[in-house]
Write a protein that binds this ligand. Structure first.
Ligand SMILES: [Zn+2]
Length: 226
């Protein structure tokens, strides 16, 4: 029995969505048999007739309790932020400024922490799926105890070039090592033209200089037609 990487107690009997199911809804609308979307995963194209298709999810790595009850507040904050970003994508592209109080009201700090913890869950699932355990104990403890992860950062980037529509992507994990010891892991979570870059780095001084950069080596893509 594989244990849940978050609580290390219960059986890993639940699959986290690679792209959150509410985000799939925001980008693609209702996904049904008559209007499927397509995902490219592990070198193959697969049809998704439902947002709950197994190919829309990671391998089993967490338990139902951690996926539902424990991380629900984090998921809800992420829903708020991602919905705000998608709704205001054109405006953000023009203004290049983001006022988070327009999204979270007077609860910016709490919601931002929740968003970081949501992204920590995705990061942990990606690391798990890559058969590594980099930084997992820190990610898991912060999620369980609802605590800040001082080494985890995310940036919101509006994709400049071509307008991207009806498209989601989760990049491969980028790993930087120093003498075989990982010091940096990062990935990009792309929703239409909104790219969220997530970094866990042991040296926070490195983060600013490398936070924004090209990274299009995709692990999963979701598109509405191929
Ligand atoms: Zn658990």
């Amino acid at each position: 029995m594989n244990k849940c990487w978050i609580c290390s107690e219960k059986e890993a009997n639940s699959r986290e969505h690679v792209i959150k199911s509410s985000n799939l809804n925001m980008v693609f609308g209702n996904i049904v048999h008559e209007s499927p979307i397509f995902t490219h995963r592990n070198g193959r194209d697969r049809k998704l007739n439902s947002k709950n298709n197994i190919n829309a999810k990671f391998e089993l790595s967490i338990c139902q309790r951690c996926n539902d009850t424990l991380t629900q507040p984090h998921d809800l904050s992420w829903d708020k932020l991602s919905c705000f970003l998608l709704d205001n994508e054109a405006l953000l592209r023009r203004k290049r400024r983001l006022n988070l109080s327009e999204c979270f009201g007077d609860k910016v700090k709490t919601n931002l922490l929740n968003c970081r913890l949501f992204l920590a869950k995705i990061l942990g699932c990606i690391i798990c799926e890559s058969n590594n355990d980099f930084f997992m104990s820190d990610l898991a403890r912060s999620i369980r105890e609802n605590e800040e992860i001082s080494n985890l950062h995310f940036s919101i980037n509006i994709v400049d070039s071509n307008k991207v529509n009806d498209y989601c992507e989760l990049s491969h994990l980028e790993v930087i090592e120093n003498g075989n010891i990982p010091i940096w892991v990062s990935f990009i979570y792309l929703l239409n033209g909104v790219a969220i870059k997530v970094v866990y780095c042991v040296d926070n001084g490195l983060v600013k200089s490398k936070m924004i950069g090209p990274h299009h080596d995709s692990l999963y893509t979701y598109i509405d037609k191929i």
